[in-house]
Design a protein around this ligand. Structure first.
Ligand SMILES: NC(=O)c1ccc[n+]([C@@H]2O[C@H](COP(=O)([O-])OP(=O)(O)OC[C@H]3O[C@@H](n4cnc5c(N)ncnc54)[C@H](OP(=O)(O)O)[C@@H]3O)[C@@H](O)[C@H]2O)c1
Length: 313
């Protein structure tokens, strides 16, 4: 279906999601189904297919590593949202091969499908006190440098209406980027913080980020990028200490872990946890009407729940 202009909220869009069972994808799928859209989702395992089917997404067996078989069976689509990544050392090559096949397949569809590509805050590098916006030149973490040509490719692709979303660090309750903190706290251990308590992370709750994806789908401007940061930058020691107090662990001071140690444990990509960043979500708020509701993660940890009226997904 070809659409023009804005405010297509009343339309039911046929949307194919990649990564619909992930941290970001699960929230996005819930939001889009709640807004009445028709969802299809790639599933690389039976467990992933069952999770998608359970929430009303028609699952498509397939893997982003080998897109040819499932691309041959794509239904007519209004949009694709790409939120899949396996964080392996060959994730760049996997994504390049995927876009090599996916972009021409979408261009061959009737109409001009919208393609929402997921970038990330780590593409902006360490900003220090400066607040990065969509106009700030990218300075990617080396492990994610492959994403930069990919997103330029999406934005410039003649066959799709490309849009990029750069999520801040994503949390959901005690999950997402808070998962390691919460697990250590629950076990009564000191909370591991990479490099320094003063490192600032831009943050967004998964439910708020999902609203941004929906708005980008329904009214985003092709060729534009939007940063999904609800909180510009919060010193991570405050989050760690909030978990330590909430449980309580008896070890309020976090355990400082080096970036080298976290990279050895999780992979080079995990050096991003050491980036001191401030990012602005003002463009998405101003141009798309994005209204994040989770603005006090520290309070949510300490007092055990979201603010009144905020989504709990
Ligand atoms: N989380 C953050 O704080 C954050 C911040 C900024 C940017 N991002 C970016 O957002 C994207 C998604 O992040 P996330 O945190 O949501 O990741 P995640 O929770 O690990 O989810 C990854 C998703 O990709 C799917 N997937 C992985 N490998 C696949 C393959 N070979 N074939 C098909 N599907 C595959 C997974 O499916 P299964 O169910 O089968 O595992 C899952 O649905 C990544 O590109 C990440 O860099 C994340």
């Amino acid at each position: 279906m070809q659409w023009a202009g804005f405010h297509r909220k009343w339309l039911t869009l046929r949307v194919f999601v990649l990564g619909g069972t992930g941290l970001i994808g699960t929230a996005v799928v819930r939001e889009l189904i709640g807004r009445g859209h028709q969802l299809f989702g790639l599933a690389r395992s039976r467990a992933s297919a069952a999770r998608l089917d359970h929430i009303g997404v028609t699952s498509f067996p397939g893997d982003i590593r080998s897109p040819e078989p499932w691309l041959a069976r794509l239904p007519p689509l209004d949009a694709v949202i790409h939120m899949a990544c396996d964080f392996s050392t060959d994730m760049g090559a996997i994504d390049r091969h995927l876009l090599d096949r996916l972009l021409p397949a979408l261009a061959a569809q009737d109409g001009r499908p919208r393609f929402i590509y997921t970038g990330g805050c780590w593409l902006f590098g360490a900003t220090g006190d400066a607040i990065a916006s969509e106009a700030t030149p990218l300075h990617p973490l080396p492990a994610f440098a492959w994403m930069v040509p990919q997103l330029h490719r999406v934005l410039a692709s003649p066959g799709v209406d490309g849009i990029v979303i750069h999520p801040a660090m994503v949390y959901a309750g005690e999950g997402g980027v808070f998962d390691r903190f919460a697990r250590a706290a629950a076990e009564g251990k000191a909370i591991p913080v990479v490099e320094s308590e003063a490192v600032r992370w831009p943050l967004v709750h998964a439910a708020d980020l999902a609203q941004l994806y929906a708005l980008a789908l329904e009214r985003g401007i092709p060729g534009e990028s939007y940063i999904g940061a609800a909180i510009e930058g919060l010193p991570i020691g405050r989050i760690a200490r909030a978990f330590a107090r909430h449980y309580p662990t008896g070890h309020e001071a976090p355990e400082i872990v080096t970036a080298d140690a976290i990279a050895t444990e999780l992979g080079e990509w995990a050096r991003g946890y050491a980036l001191d960043q401030r990012l602005s979500g003002a463009k998405a708020m101003r141009e798309l009407g994005w209204t994040p509701r989770h603005l006090d993660p520290e309070g949510e940890i300490l007092f055990g729940g979201p603010p009144k009226g905020a989504d709990t997904k």
